[in-house]
Design a protein around this ligand. Structure first.
Ligand code: SF4
Length: 352
């Protein structure tokens, strides 16, 4: 297998001209702002899931300054359901930095882009190539898969040394002329042709030169170092209800659901007398009635969380015991304001 970089990107671009996706919302009215938002949303998330979120997000925050001036809760609310909420918080931080330090103009420089929160090398490459047509390489999951198969790489792609080799290949093949189309083409090739599992080699523009295909290994490559099984944790969510309102607390800005609103919680599933004692001590609330609701599992990237919601109606609303920017009484039926709620919290509220 011998292929020159210009042959490689010629084949890929020719395929893109005929079969690539050209009607995605972020491909229209292309600006650095829209490309950046789409790239952040597309991290760890499939195109079909991202499209409606992107359209709503852009409608609500049409430009950098609207996003920079928005309240974090509005942004987290718009993000609810996409997961990995640090992405939303980083979007907000980056919007503010670009407004304050770059006069509201998105930097078009790889090094500067990578200093912004949430923008790593691949995302910076995608922004530079798609928005500015600069020949910057990307190496997202799709591109890794295509290149690892194309070169028949049998070493785990989640090892640093392999990743360095893949970066070198990605840079070698990047088109200098049609950088934006090439980046989009490689993403599309990985998403529609060189897919996970068994790829569609019969319709792949690279099939003549592909090592994995020639060696009958396309369905088993790339390999990854086995990841350990996810641990299971559990938490009891305290749904303290006064009339239609529920007590919510704001989560710390780091960690899971950072900065979003959630129910007070206790780790594990303690006995009811422990739950009552916790409410008395930490929330100054005396609980008499209670009802265990259906438990369910929510999976994060690094662990499973078994959630046990317990509904505890109370007759008298106690005073807020924390700073009221950290604790609120929230009416899920008639919300008074937009707040960021994680998807599992929304699901519990819908079932009440
Ligand atoms: S020939 Fe098959 S395995 Fe090789 S790059 Fe194309 S789709 Fe992937």
């Amino acid at each position: 297998m011998n292929i020159l970089p210009q042959q490689f990107h010629k084949l890929v671009l020719h395929w893109f001209d005929r079969h690539g996706r050209k009607h995605l919302p972020w491909q229209q009215n292309k600006t650095a702002y829209r490309v950046w938002v789409s790239e952040i949303m597309l991290q760890q998330t499939q195109v079909n899931t991202v499209v409606p979120y992107f359209e709503r997000f852009i409608q609500q925050f049409p430009d950098l300054s609207t996003l920079a001036n928005a309240h974090e809760d509005e942004i987290l609310h718009a993000w609810a359901g996409l997961g990995y909420y640090s992405r939303a918080r980083n979007l907000h931080k980056t919007a503010k930095i670009v407004m304050n330090d770059f006069n509201g103009i998105f930097p078009s420089d790889l090094r500067k882009l990578q200093t912004l929160p949430g923008i790593g090398q691949s995302t910076a490459g995608a922004i530079l190539s798609i928005a500015f047509n600069q020949p910057a390489a990307i190496l997202d999951g799709n591109v890794k898969r295509v290149l690892a198969r194309f070169h028949g790489m049998t070493q785990p792609i989640n090892e640093k040394a392999t990743e360095n080799q893949l970066w070198a290949l990605a840079e070698k093949y990047t088109s200098t002329q049609r950088a934006a189309d090439y980046t989009q083409a490689m993403m599309d090739l990985g998403a529609t042709c060189c897919i996970r599992g068994t790829p569609h080699c019969d319709i792949c523009p690279l099939v003549r030169y592909c090592v994995a295909h020639a060696q009958g290994m396309s369905a088993i490559l790339p390999v990854k170092k086995a990841s350990r099984e996810l641990p299971v944790r559990s938490a009891t969510f305290l749904l303290i209800q006064h009339k239609e309102k529920l007590l919510l607390t704001k989560r710390p800005s780091t960690g899971i659901w950072g900065g979003l609103w959630s129910f007070p919680e206790i780790s594990g599933l303690p006995e009811i007398k422990m739950i009552r004692a916790h409410c008395r001590q930490h929330l100054r609330i005396t609980v008499s009635e209670y009802k265990m609701l259906d438990s369910f599992r929510h999976t994060f990237s690094h662990y499973h969380l078994d959630i046990f919601p317990v509904l505890m109606p109370i007759q008298h609303m106690p005073p807020i015991v924390m700073d009221d920017s950290l604790q609120i009484w929230y009416n899920p039926y008639h919300p008074e304001s937009i707040i960021g709620l994680p998807k599992p919290i929304q699901l519990i509220m819908k079932k009440l």
